[in-house]
Design a protein around this ligand. Structure first.
Ligand code: MN
Length: 400
């Protein structure tokens, strides 16, 4: 499998990857494209001449119609695209529909239906427990029995490159007599992986762990921006609310599960064994490396392969009560942290709640300052080398 597109080999965007995005070029309307090398394949006009059956799915301003079409169409489209990108004779047909990625604008790739965020990293949950509840067991009693999660705010999911305004909120530090209202002083990131649901379900039904690939199309990079001071005061007893809902950034590129077949790996191991509806056959994890970059310097390298709960378990749990899925549902892993200090996927952990500031690009940091830019990068083994998943970029703007 070797493409005639010259700059694809070694780029992270070879024919073994082919992620999708919504792009626009000049004043033309946004539509669906796929990435090869440093180009976007403009799928709508190409499919109209060479792949009639599903051409209408790509002239849309979101991926939702394509997501809803299901695994057979996802697979047929991927095969067709690989064929025309490998077949030298098709280069004259496809060539006119390659647009340099440097010339396009990228948009939120799908209309987000519901958004759920989990808490699936044992190391992250243990670190947060030690920081917030130093006198007790780090893990709460339910943690090893179910993937803990909360419902987030779908309407404030933004695409990579969108600036994030420092939020206002109510906060009360442990030493304060009374709460006050103002800009967050403890703005943070959470490096996560998001899973994108394509095929919906009927209310009252559940998705077993074996049904994961029947419903989930692919993955995005995700930054769950978090205001720790607002979160710390508001979260008892119902969980995260305004400390999280001001913005969640996702990558513009959606990597299909089919591109991650070489990245499947075993979960690290679960003790005790989960209840039957959460049991899953290995390989149920993904070997995806994450880099957290602050102002141009890598400050952490969290390994997704260390996550305790796998995504098929999260989906089974999310629907175990009969809650239906909708096309465009997004569920995220929770902060990805590994066991090592340099594998922590939040500043809360990297600075141990501010007690141990770290240095990035010559500056000391505990939490985010105005003007800071964070980029999350993701890579995984592909069939032809490593694939580069979509980055998640965001800069902090001062409060209004
Ligand atoms: Mn989170």
């Amino acid at each position: 499998m070797r493409t005639w597109v010259e700059d694809a080999a070694g780029s992270g965007f070879d024919v073994d990857h082919l992620p999708y995005a919504v792009f626009s070029h000049g004043s033309e309307p946004p539509r669906v494209g796929a990435r090869i090398g440093s180009s976007v394949v403009d799928l709508a006009p190409l499919a109209a001449t060479a792949y009639d059956a599903h051409a209408g799915l790509f002239a849309e301003p979101t991926l939702n119609a394509f997501l809803a079409a299901g695994p057979e169409v996802w697979s047929a489209t991927r095969s067709w695209l690989q064929d025309v990108l490998v077949d030298e004779a098709a280069s004259s047909l496809v060539g006119p529909h390659l647009v340099p990625v440097a010339e396009v604008a990228l948009w939120l790739p799908f209309e987000v239906a519901d958004y759920v965020d989990f808490y699936a990293s044992l190391d992250h949950a243990s670190n947060v427990g030690k920081i917030l509840r130093p006198q007790s067991e780090p893990l709460l009693p339910n943690w090893r029995h179910l993937p803990v999660g909360y419902h987030g705010r779908a309407g404030t999911v933004v695409v990579s490159g969108t600036d994030v305004r420092r939020p206002h909120g109510q906060r009360k530090a442990p030493g304060d007599d009374a709460p006050s209202f103002g800009p967050s002083r403890r703005l943070d990131i959470e490096a996560e992986l998001g899973f994108v649901v394509g095929v919906p379900t009927a209310l009252g039904t559940s998705v077993p762990t074996t049904g994961f690939a029947d419903h989930v199309f692919g993955v995005v990079g995700l930054n769950d921006w978090s205001a720790r001071d607002i979160q710390g005061w508001e979260y008892v007893p119902l969980g995260p609310f305004l400390g999280k809902s001001f913005a969640t950034s996702i990558s513009a590129w959606v990597t299909p599960l089919a591109a991650l077949s070489s990245a499947r790996c075993s979960l690290p191991g679960q003790d005790p064994a989960p209840l039957e509806y959460l049991q899953v056959d290995d390989p149920a994890g993904f070997d995806i490396d994450v880099e957290v970059e602050l102002n141009g310097e890598v400050v952490a390298r969290p390994p997704y392969s260390s996550m305790y709960w796998g995504p098929a378990q999260m989906l089974a749990h999310l629907t175990a009560n009969g809650a239906s899925l909708r096309t465009g549902d997004l569920f995220a892993s929770g902060t990805i942290s590994g066991p090592e200090q340099e594998q922590r996927g939040s500043f809360l952990e990297l600075s141990w709640a501010g007690a141990e500031p770290f240095i990035a690009a010559g500056n000391q940091r505990a939490f985010l300052e105005d003007g800071d830019e964070v980029v999350l990068r993701y890579s995984a083994p592909g069939e032809l080398g490593r694939i580069t998943l979509g980055e998640v970029r965001g800069r902090v703007l001062p409060p209004r």
